[in-house]
Design a protein around this ligand. Sequence first.
Ligand SMILES: NC(=O)c1ccc[n+]([C@@H]2O[C@H](COP(=O)([O-])OP(=O)(O)OC[C@H]3O[C@@H](n4cnc5c(N)ncnc54)[C@H](O)[C@@H]3O)[C@@H](O)[C@H]2O)c1
Length: 361
Amino acid sequence: VTVDEVGVAMLGYSFMGKAHTRALLALRHLDVPLRPKLVSISGRNAEAVERVRETWGWGAAVTDWREQVADERVGLFDNGGPNAVHVEPTIAAARAGKHVVCEKPLGLTADESHRMWQEAERAGVRHLCGFNYRFVPAVRLARELIEAGELGDVVHFRSRYLQSWGWEADPTLWRFDRAQAGSGALGDLGSHIIDLARYLVGEIRAVSSAVRTIVPGREVDDHFVATVEFENGIVGTLEASRLARGRINSNAFEVNGSKGSLAFDVERLNELEVADTRSFRRVLVTEPYHPFMRYWWPPGHIVGWGDTFTHELGHMLEAIAGEHEVAPHGATFEDGYRCSEVAEAILRSAESGRREEVTYR
Ligand SMILES: NC(=O)c1ccc[n+]([C@@H]2O[C@H](COP(=O)([O-])OP(=O)(O)OC[C@H]3O[C@@H](n4cnc5c(N)ncnc54)[C@H](O)[C@@H]3O)[C@@H](O)[C@H]2O)c1
């Protein structure tokens, strides 16, 4: 059987550039309906892009993403640039008829995110926003268990995404520059847990929050907490920080229902804690029938954080091939937009000191 190829262009060659490239390379050898071909990678520094082109095996190194958008060989444009570089290249790529993947948070503002969603829809291309935690096997299993009613009536959701690198971090990083990043812990970490809250429990209709910048001289927030009210009446909590000493990359949530509970932490990525009406037990999510394990190994041979990008981009390739839609298991640009509205409501509530409704266009 011959498998068709899709040409990919990647913007950004650092953290996400590496994570996405590694996933694309793996997918060339896995059972997917379209094989990704690494056409070109871009960044501003010609020498640095050329170095990664050679190391990672991209066809070309370019210093202007417009060249990638104009390239006939490219069918999928993958944006792993800083937040401020999401809107323009992604819309240009969609207008040129390329399917689009864009890292989170989708835009700098809800307005930008809304435009990106509308433009991708208008262009009729597939669109996926990089909420990769949906593609952790244990997280997908959590969603399936909730959907199947295993927890009974869900009554609580609480989540927190904690890191600690913010204390000693280089102040010149784009992540601390409001114009480049939009916000701090909120957009960076909070966006992931807003998305997981929506994915696992449902749409958010109101928030009450506090947002704090703690390190002197910093333009963006280091920490936020929010109470969120879901449309289905459930109340939950979200918290994110870059200043939680001892927490390295702890993205954790717990869901409680009338018949049971679920708990998860990215730092124990292969495990889902499941409770019945009594106590928790640990489920190692590596059985062949568990989500995404068809790609990998015999039971007990665990997967890693980087594999979530393989699952995510594999899902996108299947969607491009027409096997299924990006939604509901992949985050679309609509999900990216809805996340932006919740994030903006969290900022509004912190400023007003009041509960704020979330409105969607
Ligand atoms: N899904 C996740 O788990 C996850 C994790 C980290 C970052 N992210 C998101 O991915 C995006 C990139 O973050 P990162 O950690 O890879 O950042 P990074 O700083 O490691 O890399 C950014 C890349 O973009 C390039 N770049 C910067 N300005 C550019 C411009 N004007 N034109 C072209 N290229 C430019 C840089 O050279 C660099 O290669 C951000 O939106 C971030 O929020 C997602």
